[in-house]
Ligand binder design. Structure first.
Ligand SMILES: [Zn+2]
Length: 510
């Protein structure tokens, strides 16, 4: 589906003759947000392990050109994710050149340095020496972007391990400006905008000076006379979506100050994310279990053409779901996630589904979708029963398909040809029909046949209750999994298939 914005941009690209390089699908799969509907992205380090894309956004009006780099260090994902979202922003003036994932091998390994390279050679942000040649590989290609586009500003997005204000050893939560008056002044504005959103004094951003020797930002200023800034979030306490939002706010503030006129909604999430494929929001706020959002994202990305982003209660209260087709709540604590959403966030979610969005809840997310807690979303006509024995255990449990469950969910899974199979379970809800007249009856897709009954849970409660249910809610649909297909080898397809059912009708019909 091409919306008006997309069409306008293609026309613009054609008129301006922005450099066009065909992009391999493999490279596309690696970017957080597909930037293909903007201009055709440039491909850097093509054909190597380090191959990565560079998105280019050109406004109709002239204005400053800003180069934004994320993912220099592989264990600092917030900068990479934010840059991927920023590559989808609209601007009124100037040009954005965005490399979201500068060091792909390091990002894939989740480590600071490029795997297999020791010393400074493995640290991409030490590969731009002041007194010598820029190193090979991606560093050389990034520098070539600087020389070719001669940007007016260079921004590099990083993360530290601790808050600098409390621990001088780390540069976490800081804005590091190059040695230029205007850069210092603008860094102050960026700092003020971000600090406005921070409650804890010990987590406030501080302004630091002079990026480290060997960094892209330092070289941009000292070798090419281009003012630069490094923005550092802190990975220690906050979830990824929180840190990504700080990066977005910092960059948005700077672009606004520079006169590029980024669209106001840009601080939320890329509002112009590619319309190709499903747009899936995975909740990663408080109440989500350790690693549960990351596991869910990993599994959903295998579904193929889809755009998966993480967001939290702040984003949802700011109506970020408007840019997505399906919201996913993973395992953890149902009440914790409800609390992180707040009354306003819960209302935004039910309105999202009522208006045609999809809701997928797994374990804690299934508790959240039910009716009978004061914090329930009430998307499904289901009550959680035997609530006092919610800690009934973790492990494999036997389940059995219903006809419609198999038709809807089984394709391409290891359970496609069987009636009964085992699935991982971890204290998920035991559901029964709530019979609320204003809610659609749910359809059972999978029954529990086996059971776990630990910590005082009585035997016989679990077997014969629904393990997976789905129902329409307003113009949208909701599905709840009490067990964990994303933790069960061979059953990931159950989630992939659920997305096709949950997505709004227009997408389904494409
Ligand atoms: Zn870094």
């Amino acid at each position: 589906m091409l919306d008006a914005l997309t069409i306008r941009r293609w026309v613009l690209v054609g008129l301006l003759g922005v450099v066009v390089c065909p992009l391999g699908t493999n490279a596309l799969a690696q970017v957080e947000l597909e930037v293909g509907t903007r201009a055709e992205p440039l491909v850097l380090a093509r054909g190597t392990d380090s191959e990565t894309v560079c998105g280019i956004v050109t406004a109709a009006e002239d204005g400053p050109c800003v180069l934004i780099v994320g993912g220099m260090h592989g264990n600092e994902p917030a900068g990479a994710v934010a840059a991927g979202q920023i590559a989808t922003w609209d601007i009124e003036r100037g040009k954005l050149i965005v490399v979201p994932r500068a060091n792909v091998p390091a990002l894939e390994a989740g480590q600071r340095r490029t795997p297999g390279l020791g010393g400074d050679g493995g640290d991409l942000n030490r590969a731009f020496p002041l007194d010598g040649e820029v190193r090979d590989g991606v560093a050389r290609e990034l520098w070539a972007l600087v020389e070719r586009f001669e940007p007016d500003w260079v921004l590099d997005l990083h993360e530290g391990y601790d808050f600098h204000i409390e621990n001088e050893e780390s540069v976490g939560s800081s804005v590091i400006a190059c040695d230029q008056e205007r850069a210092r002044a603008l860094a102050g504005k960026v700092l003020a905008a971000v600090n406005e959103t921070i409650v804890e004094p010990g987590q406030r951003f501080e302004q630091l000076e002079t990026p480290v020797a060997g960094s892209l930002a330092r070289a941009a200023w000292e070798k090419a006379g281009i003012p630069s800034m490094i923005i550092e979030t802190t990975s220690k306490v906050h979830v990824l979506s929180y840190r990504v939002r700080q990066h977005r706010l910092a960059v948005h503030t700077l672009l606004r100050e520079l006169g590029l006129g980024p669209s106001p909604a840009a601080t939320v999430l890329g509002p112009n994310a590619s319309r190709e494929g499903l747009r899936i929001a995975v909740f990663d706020g408080r109440g989500v279990g350790q690693g549960a959002a990351a596991q869910m994202v990993k599994v959903l990305r295998r579904a193929g053409k889809c755009n998966v982003q993480r967001l939290d209660g702040h984003d949802i209260r700011a109506r970020a779901l408007g840019a997505f087709d399906v919201v996913v709540h993973p395992g953890g604590s149902g009440s914790g996630q409800a609390k992180a959403l707040g009354v306003e966030g819960r209302r935004a979610e039910t309105e999202f589904v009522r208006a045609g969005g999809g809701y997928l809840g797994v374990c804690a997310g299934a508790y959240l979708a039910a009716c009978n807690y004061e914090w329930s979303l009430g998307l499904l006509d289901a009550n959680v029963i035997d609530r006092e024995h919610w800690r009934r255990g973790e492990g494999g449990v036997d389940v059995e398909w219903t006809g419609s469950g198999r038709a809807l969910l089984a394709k391409d899974s290891s359970a496609a040809l069987v009636e009964r199979f085992e699935i991982e379970y971890a204290n998920g809800p035991i559901l029964e029909a709530a019979r609320q007249p204003e809610l659609e009856d749910f359809e059972v897709l999978l029954w529990f046949r086996g059971e776990l009954a630990e910590n005082g849970a009585p035997l016989g409660v679990m077997p014969g209750t629904p393990a997976v249910v789905g129902a329409a809610f307003g113009k949208g649909r909701a599905m709840a999994f009490s067990p964990h297909p994303e933790k069960t080898e061979g059953l990931y397809a159950l989630l992939h298939n659920s997305l096709l059912w949950l997505a709004p009708r227009e997408v389904e019909e494409e």
